[in-house]
Design a protein around this ligand. Structure first.
Ligand code: ADP
Length: 476
């Protein structure tokens, strides 16, 4: 079942259950309050009887004689009133009550049930010694002897607590309108629930359609982002994901095209030379074969580099992690590049040693490779009589690192991220001329990333490019 309908059904169940509970509770309390209202006159009398009967029960200890007591009560009262009127012994509570009122009070039918609902007195004698229906007893007034409930007394209309026709109709019409309003409220709530469910599920459907389009290989258009809730966050994340996918897809296509192009050149050269040798255009001698060999070596180096990149990127690269002394690595690099720098009259120098210092957490050989790539670029792109400097950085926030500066042409700000992509060269003719294939920085960047570090390009105080590498500090 669709989420939209499942949600609506859920709304309906919740609403129906709560409406039914409300209906039942309101019905019960309305009925009981209405009965109290209708029986209130008799209930007041019953309360007076309950007090009297409580006293009676305390004194007698049982209900055995209660029927006779109640039947005789009006006579008893009459006699007392007569005595009072004729100046008898006195009955203080009767002060101010006309005798007729008391007599009419005595004329009511009184029913007493014991604690088990067994009728022990009925002044009308109709239901004596029967079990009274508990529904009627429920509306009676409890008789307390001390703190113990010893029975229930019902007076007049309370004995048969069924309502009169008009009362019954009134109650029924109240219940009918209650039921109607519950039904209407449920219907309105269901309609609202459908609307809300649609609002929740529509963005999800849009996302599902877009995800299917991506899965089918179609370039998905960004999905609309509405509001600021979790669904909006999901749409934003989806859009970011598709744009990243598009970028990666474009990068992949470019890499394949570039790789094909790079491989094409030496292959064409080899093919041309070999065909020339077959056709007798080139002599079949050692020199020609040596040039073919040179191209195959270049080809195999290119393939090795691509393979290396692939290994690092796929996380298959095994790093033998240790504490790397960057100062030591820098000294080695200076020694290694001394002659090529001297050949171009480039002033090659190491920056001052920072204080404090920290070992970097990494693979010594791989970090050496990063330094090698950056240094060879610096010397390669720096013109004669320029300067190249490499310096260790002081540790900060659990990271240490180094920086390579040169006085070469520098890297324009808009190219500073792209130069780390494979085959990316700022000035292709300049780079190819110097033998570059746009893979050195890509490899350096992947190695640094595999170490959990970072690499950035910027402008150098020497006037050229500045490459900063950060690596985690080694904690033994
Ligand atoms: P390449 O083998 O072509 O040097 P890299 O990946 O090492 O490839 O560098 C990518 C591009 O970045 C280079 O083609 C060059 O345009 C630019 N670049 C790298 N290092 C420097 C530098 N020190 N100064 C100026 N440009 C540089």
């Amino acid at each position: 079942m669709k989420l939209k309908y499942r949600l609506s059904l859920l709304f309906l169940v919740v609403i129906a259950v709560s409406a039914t509970i409300t209906l039942v509770l309101v019905r019960r309390s309305t009925e009981s309050m209405f009965r109290t209202l209708v029986f209130s006159g008799d209930a007041e009398k019953a309360a007076a009887y309950a007090l009297l009967l409580g006293e009676y029960r305390l004194e007698k200890g049982d209900w055995n004689e209660v029927q006779a007591f109640l039947v005789e009560l009006p006579g008893l009262y009459s006699r007392m009133i007569d005595t009072r009127i004729h100046g008898g012994t006195g009955w203080p509570t009767l002060d101010g009550y006309p005798a007729t009122t008391l007599r009419s009070l005595m004329a009511d039918r009184v029913v007493v049930a014991d604690a088990n609902g067994f009728i022990v007195a009925d002044t009308a004698g109709q239901i004596l010694r029967t079990i009274h229906p508990s529904a009627h007893l429920m509306h009676g007034i409890p008789i307390l002897a001390g703190f113990e409930r010893t029975g229930t007394v019902l007076v007049g209309s309370m004995v048969d607590s069924s309502l009169t026709g008009i009362d019954e109709r009134f109650l029924n019409s109240v219940f009918a309108s209650l039921a109607w309003s519950t039904a209407v409220a449920t219907a309105v709530a269901l309609a609202l629930g459908l609307l809300i469910a649609a609002r929740i599920t529509n963005p999800l459907q849009r996302l599902a359609r877009a995800a299917k389009a991506v899965a089918a290989g179609e370039g998905a258009a960004p999905v609309q982002v509405r509001g600021h809730d979790e669904l909006a966050d999901l749409s934003i994340a989806f859009n970011e994901m598709t744009s990243e996918l598009r970028r990666l897809d474009a990068a992949k296509k470019r890499v394949i095209a570039d790789a094909a192009h790079e491989l094409r050149t030496p292959v064409t050269l080899i093919q041309g030379t070999v065909e020339g040798m077959i056709d007798g255009i080139f002599p079949l001698d050692k020199d020609t074969l040596a040039s073919v060999h040179e191209e195959t070596v270049r080809l195999s180096r290119l393939i090795d580099t691509l393979r290396e990149l692939e290994i690092i990127e796929s996380g298959e690269l095994r790093l033998s992690i240790e504490g790397v002394d960057l100062g030591e690595a820098i000294r080695k690099a200076i020694a290694l590049f001394a002659s090529s720098a001297a050949a171009k009259s480039i002033a090659l120098a190491a920056g001052p040693s920072p204080s404090p210092r920290a070992l970097a957490r990494g693979d010594c050989l791989r970090i050496g490779e990063v330094i090698y790539n950056l240094m060879s670029n610096a010397i390669k792109y720096t013109p004669d009589n320029g300067a190249v400097r490499i310096a260790e950085l002081p540790p900060a926030d659990g990271r240490t690192g180094f920086r390579v500066d040169d006085s070469g042409p520098g890297i324009p700000p808009e190219e500073r991220e792209r130069i780390f992509e494979r085959f990316y060269r700022i000035d292709k003719s300049r780079s190819t001329e110097s033998g570059g294939r746009g893979l050195g920085l890509a490899i350096a960047s992947e190695i640094v990333k595999a170490h959990g570090g970072g690499i950035t390009a910027g402008a150098s105080a020497l006037g050229g490019a500045s490459f900063t590498v950060t690596l985690p500090v080694f904690r033994p």
